[in-house]
Design a binder for this molecule. Sequence first.
Ligand SMILES: [Zn+2]
Length: 77
Amino acid sequence: MSKSMYFPCPHCKAPSFTRSVLHESNLRSELRLQCSDAECGHTFEVQTEVLYTIRQSAIPDPGVCIRSVTPMERVNA
Ligand SMILES: [Zn+2]
């Protein structure tokens, strides 16, 4: 599984990379990230959560329930 996710450092805005996964479920993850700028070196934790489905999966997990919205509904939410 790829742990790729773009999240900029809140201090210097450089890309950060995942140091470790603290908690992971189907809909939510808590990650420890580290700034890629060696001068900055900021290490921090983020929480990510699946909010909406924009396009349905072709291989859906019956145990996963995510609210569906169209891109226009999302813009107007
Ligand atoms: Zn930084």
